[in-house]
Design a protein around this ligand. Sequence first.
Ligand code: 6PG
Length: 245
Amino acid sequence: MSEPKLIVLDNAEALHVRAAEEIAHIAGEAICTDGEFTFCLTGGNTPKPTYELLASRFDHSIDWSEVQFFWGDERCVPPDSEGSNFGMAHQALLSRLDLRPDQVHRIQGEAPPEEAARSYEAELRRCFNLAPEALPAFNLILLGLGDNVHVASLFPHHPALHIADRLVVAVEVEAPQPRRVSLTIPVINNAARVMFIVSGENKAAAVKDALRGPRDPDRFPAQLVAPAHGEVVWLLDRAAARLLG
Ligand code: 6PG
């Protein structure tokens, strides 16, 4: 795996513009090469301005008809509820695009967690036409960073960090909407590109632990993100990068 690429932007606004630019570039490359762009969204609050930019200023920069939308994790809540990662992306991006229903592969937050995990795993196997032991290879997985250094819904010291025989797991975590469904580390590490989008002073310590802290992946799950054949890009604003020196 190549060293993570760090890009530090002056402020949050510049961060979101750069994130949208990077996504548009990666999408164009994937559509030219593969005929489609398999785009795995992150949840949380951070990416919302990026999604809004993709739907507005960058609307004509991507051939949206060739984009397949997925999620890295989901809270086990209905899709129209406050905490839904699908709901946030739908409001900020998907609802503003003219998409076919078959382009959107959401995790069914309204279903029982294990059932939602199994059906999402089956959907991944179908969409990527996977052989039994194969992993999906997303063109791009977006990730946020929890202030406890979690990624997706893979939290510190959680057994799910070490699951290698599933693509998708149901977890219970100490966070709002504690019951969640998440991609596993092997799937994240099979992506062609992983892009972190991290903003704000409140994430500076987590960024330092992830990138400069002692090697301790159980304590700092973001340290597990190391695609064997892919690229990791950290898009940070200056506030989030403050402790990197
Ligand atoms: C989620 C996300 C999660 C998120 C981090 C950061 O479901 O919450 O997938 O991994 O990216 O918790 O969240 P914020 O962007 O809201 O700080």
